[in-house]
Write a protein that binds this ligand. Structure first.
Ligand code: ADP
Length: 389
């Protein structure tokens, strides 16, 4: 069964075509800078730089590639029986992968105010796919859905109840990734009754406590700015700062939004949002970069302590996404001085986790430490396949 997975951003479209249930990747690629003259389309080893005006043009390029590449991957678009879409915000409405119809699209639209950068782009992807793959079932998989199991004591903020009733609560994000890597970790542990902490460390970053396979708490909240220090987002700050900026320093609400979302985090601390630059600077003795790395790892450690206490123990710590999968130094700094809760990593294994199937646990450790590459597209294809079945 061929399932296409789309992850649609405002100016990009990432795609993978899977043959399910083996999850064999038939095509992988993306269109980026859609709407600009320098847009680029890549599918497997095929690449063109040409203006791609809209998401629809990008999907047409994909269809042409599927039908006309040297060895056509499909003979007819109707071979694609389902298109799985990553949708960032499912609010309190969507807890499961969902077949898309007009009502579902209306509800995704109603959630625009909660995810103004993402849900509109996701809906564009859906509407374009409906036109081009009109025989296929369209399926939405929500990034918030995995977190719907977070118990009320972790979901609710201590503010007047009318706000909670109107939907102001913790939603959490990166759920597709946390779900994928925590399931992989449970496979490695050989059981599901486990206490895990999943660290998704990419440009955006979040930590999730996963208890018995279910999300129990997560560091992002109502929106994706709080929790860990990120590439350009502040993570947790004192709310008073916002009112001080607003009332005393006369910044507007959109200025503050921009500062906390785009000008903060590692960019503010060390001058770059790319962790590789910061590591290079720190290796050359740059004090700002060293402090930034210390703060970055420190923020993660605070959540490890928090979640280990909440779950009364820990079986495994998981590192994933660009930084979690690739940064030896971040993993080392995070695991440093956590032996009191049984976390210790093997420095040699930490240099090359792949060689050890991602298990970088130290000799005397009580808690497993895994580096597990995330695969959100495979998770979406798997969930879409299960729904189709
Ligand atoms: P996104 O959230 O955009 O999907 P990624 O998961 O790709 O982001 O993560 C991007 C981050 O991963 C960047 O900060 C980048 O510097 C970092 N990264 C990628 N490769 C490495 C590496 N080899 N060493 C350290 N950091 C890396």
């Amino acid at each position: 069964m061929k399932i296409l997975v789309l992850n649609s951003g405002s100016s990009s479209l990432k795609f993978q075509l899977f043959d399910m249930p083996q999850a064999k990747v038939l095509v992988k690629g993306l269109a980026e800078r859609i709407g600009e003259k320098t847009s680029r389309f890549v599918a497997n080893d095929f690449e063109v730089t040409q203006p791609v005006a809209t998401h629809k043009d990008a999907l047409h390029l994909l269809v042409n590639y599927l039908l006309d590449s040297k060895q056509p991957i499909i003979k007819n678009t109707s071979e694609i029986v389902a298109v799985g879409h990553r949708v960032v915000h499912g609010g309190n409405t969507f807890m499961q992968p969902t077949f898309i119809n007009d009502k579902v699209k209306d509800k995704i639209r109603a959630l625009f105010s909660l995810a103004p950068l993402h849900n509109p782009a996701n809906l564009t992807g859906i509407e374009t796919a409906e036109e081009i793959f009109s025989d296929a079932k369209q399926i939405a998989v929500f990034d918030t859905a995995f977190h719907h199991t977070i118990p009320e004591e972790n979901r609710k903020y201590a503010i007047p109840d009318n706000f909670y009733k109107s939907g102001i609560q913790k939603y959490g994000f990166h759920g597709i990734s946390h779900q994928y890597v925590s399931r992989e970790a449970n496979k490695l542990l050989g059981r599901n009754d486990t206490k895990l902490i999943s660290l998704h460390l990419g440009n955006g970053a979040s930590a999730t406590a996963v208890l018995n396979g279910k999300s129990y708490d997560t560091s992002m909240g109502f929106g994706p700015m709080n929790g860990l220090i990120m590439g350009t987002r502040s993570g947790d700050i004192d709310q008073s700062i916002i009112f001080y900026l607003l009332d005393k320093l006369n910044y507007s609400s959109s200025d503050i939004q921009n500062i906390l979302n785009k000008q903060s985090g590692m960019k503010a601390l060390a001058g770059s949002n790319d962790l590789r630059d910061i590591e290079t600077a720190a290796n050359q003795g740059d004090k700002r970069a060293e402090l930034a790395l210390k703060m970055y790892a420190g923020a993660i450690k605070k959540y490890i302590g928090n979640y280990t206490a909440q779950m009364n123990g820990l079986d495994a710590l998981i590192f994933t996404a660009g930084i979690g999968e690739n940064s030896e130094i971040v993993r080392k700094l995070v695991a440093h001085d956590l032996n009191f809760i049984g976390i210790e990593i093997d420095p040699n294994k930490n240099q090359n986790p792949k060689k050890y199937q991602g298990d970088i646990t130290g000799k005397n450790a009580k808690v497993k430490v895994f580096v597990i590459p995330t695969n959100e597209e495979k998770e979406i294809a798997t969930q879409a396949y299960q729904l189709m079945s």
